[in-house]
Design a protein around this ligand. Structure first.
Ligand SMILES: [Zn+2]
Length: 133
């Protein structure tokens, strides 16, 4: 029987609404993803809070992956995505457009996606080309 949907790694995302969960330092406002217990900006070890991150991203840079292990569909786009509202950069797959159509600074939207065996109920994340409707 399929299991309840849950993040592939505890604390990485919230499901409803879909959000990445990072951490933010109240002292210097530096935001991290994944969440950390200390601030990489000012090294504060206390007071760092969990924070839901923006779902609006921009492609900072990307590569088109054309070789992968059996069972992984290629080509796919792997990108460094900036979340301008949070000043966070993270690596993720970009879908919803042909690899040759991906461009620097292209707007992308966070979406959750099944991760691994569907029956496990694990969810990961990726970004979809385009802006929110
Ligand atoms: Zn800080």
């Amino acid at each position: 029987m399929p299991r309840e949907p849950r993040p592939f790694r505890e604390g990485l995302l919230s499901l409803d609404p879909p959000r990445l969960l990072g951490s933010r330092c109240p002292a210097c406002t530096v935001t991290s993803f994944p969440a950390r217990d200390f601030c990489p900006g000012c090294r504060a070890a206390e007071g760092v809070e969990r924070a839901e991150l923006s779902t609006e991203g921009r492609v900072h840079s990307f590569t088109v992956v054309r070789q992968a292990p059996p069972g992984v569909e290629v080509p796919y786009v792997l990108a460094w995505v900036d979340l301008p509202a949070d000043d966070v950069r993270l690596m993720a797959q970009v879908v919803g457009t042909a690899p040759e159509e991906v461009a620097l600074d292209m707007p992308v939207q966070l979406e959750l996606t099944p991760f691994g065996d569907a029956d496990e109920g694990l969810l990961g994340f990726r970004f979809r080309a385009g802006v929110a409707a």
